[in-house]
Design a protein around this ligand. Structure first.
Ligand SMILES: Nc1ncnc2c1ncn2[C@@H]1O[C@H](COP(=O)(O)OP(=O)(O)OP(=O)(O)O)[C@@H](O)[C@H]1O
Length: 327
C-alpha cells in the first residue's frame, strides 16, 4: 500500500520572504542553550532504479553502461528540514518506513553530507545505531571496553563504568559470552548502555529502546532523564510511537523527508499513531486527511545560522536565530 503523498505546497526555501527573525541569541540564563541547530537540510541518495523507464536517452544509457552501473534515481531522503534542540530536550522522531528518520539522525551525527543546508552541534554527538560496530567474536564485556575507549573515555573511566553498563543493558552473566551468541535485542540493549556510559551532551539513539522489556525501557528512560538533567539532549528514532510518548519531551513526525509536526511528544506521537493505524487498516483516504490536517496544524521552524558557531566546552551553539511561522 502506497503511503499518501504529503499535501501542501512546496516548503519555501530561505530565499522566500519569511518572518522577521529575532536578533542573535543572547546567553539568557533562563533559556536552555542550543545543542543542535539544523537549517533547511536536504539529503539525497542515488539508488538503483527499480523500474527503469524505457524513454531514457541513448546517451544516458551509454554513460551508465560505460561506468558499469545500471540506471539510477535520486532519492530525496530529507527535504528542507529545520529544527533546534536545546539542553533538556528529548526529541523523538517518528514516521513511516523510509520517511527519513535514520537519515536525519545520521546527518546530525555528521555522517551524511547535505546536498543543501547546515547542521551545527555544540559537541560531537554519540550515535547509537542498530548497526553500531561490535565485534561478534569478542565478549560483551570486551566490546564494552572497546566501545567506551572508542568514545574517548579513559581506561579508568571505562573500568568504572562497566558495572553500570551491564546493569543498564540487563545482559547479566551473558556479558562474558561472545556477542555472536546474543539475540539482536541483547546486542541493541548493550549498545544503548555503552553509548549512554560516556554521558554525552548529545545522544542519538536509533531504535534500541524498542527492543527491551518494560524494565529495560524504564531504566533507559531514567538514563535519558539523567542526561537531560545534566543539560544534555537526546534524539530517539523509534517505530514504536508509544516509546516516544513515554520517553520523550518533544517529537518530530517526518513524512517523505519533510517535517509534518514538531511539538509536544504526546500530541505528535498520538496524531502519528492514529494516522499510521488508519493506513494499516487500508483507510487511505482517512490517513491522507489526518496527514494533511497535521501538516497544516504544524508550524514551520525557520532557522538562520549565519554567523552561528559551536562554542567549545559544552556551552552550546551560539548565534542561532529562529522563528516559527504558521504554514
Ligand atoms: N544509502 C542509501 N542509498 C540509497 N537510498 C537510501 C540510503 N539510505 C536511505 N535511503 C533511502 O532514503 C529514504 C529515507 O531512508 P531512512 O533510512 O532515513 O528512513 P527511515 O525513516 O529511517 O526508515 P525505516 O523506518 O525503514 O528505518 C528511503 O527512501 C531510503 O530508501
Amino acid at each position: 500500500m502506497a503511503a499518501p503523498e504529503l499535501p501542501g505546497p512546496e516548503l519555501p526555501g530561505p530565499e522566500l520572504p519569511g518572518p522577521e527573525l529575532p536578533g542573535p541569541e543572547l546567553p539568557a540564563p533562563d533559556e536552555p542553550r542550543v545543542h543542535v541547530a539544523v537549517d533547511d537540510l536536504h539529503v539525497r541518495y542515488s539508488a538503483p532504479d527499480a523500474a527503469p523507464r524505457t524513454g531514457r536517452s541513448r546517451l544516458r544509457r551509454g554513460v551508465d553502461a560505460a561506468l558499469g552501473r545500471g540506471p539510477s534515481v535520486v532519492v530525496r531522503a530529507l527535504v528542507g528540514v529545520s529544527l533546534v534542540a536545546r539542553a533538556g530536550d528529548a526529541v523523538g522522531i517518528v514516521g513511516l518506513n523510509g520517511s527519513g528518520k535514520s537519515t536525519l539522525l545520521r546527518a546530525v551525527a555528521g555522517l551524511e553530507r547535505p546536498a543543501r543546508g547546515t547542521v551545527l552541534a555544540s559537541s560531537t554527538p554519540v550515535l547509537l545505531g542498530v548497526n553500531a560496530a561490535m565485534i561478534p567474536d569478542l565478549t560483551g564485556r570486551e566490546n564494552v571496553r572497546l566501545g567506551c575507549l572508542a568514545m574517548g573515555m579513559t581506561p579508568e573511566a571505562t573500568a568504572a563504568a562497566l558495572g553500570d553498563v551491564v546493569d543498564l543493558s540487563g545482559i547479566g552473566a551473558a556479558i562474558d559470552l561472545p556477542m555472536r551468541t546474543y539475540s539482536s535485542g541483547m546486542g541493541a540493549r548493550l549498545k544503548f548502555a555503552i553509548a549512554a556510559a560516556s554521558e554525552p551532551e548529545i545522544l542519538l539513539v536509533d531504535e534500541a529502546l524498542a527492543t527491551g522489556d518494560a524494565a529495560f525501557r524504564e531504566r533507559s528512560r531514567e538514563r535519558m532523564d539523567r542526561l537531560r538533567a545534566g543539560a544534555g539532549c537526546v534524539f530517539l528514532v523509534s517505530h514504536a510511537a508509544q516509546t516516544v510518548e513515554e520517553t520523550c519531551t518533544r517529537a518530530i513526525w517526518l513524512h517523505q523527508g519533510r517535517v509534518v509536526l514538531d511539538g509536544p511528544a504526546v500530541e505528535v506521537a498520538q496524531r502519528y499513531r492514529w494516522f499510521a493505524w488508519n493506513l494499516a487498516q487500508g483507510e487511505d483516504a482517512v490517513a491522507e486527511r489526518l496527514l494533511e490536517e497535521a501538516f497544516r496544524a504544524g508550524v514551520e521552524i525557520v532557522v538562520d545560522l549565519d554567523g552561528a558557531a559551536g562554542v567549545p566546552g559544552g556551552r552550546g551553539v551560539r548565534g542561532v536565530r529562529h522563528a516559527r511561522r504558521q504554514r
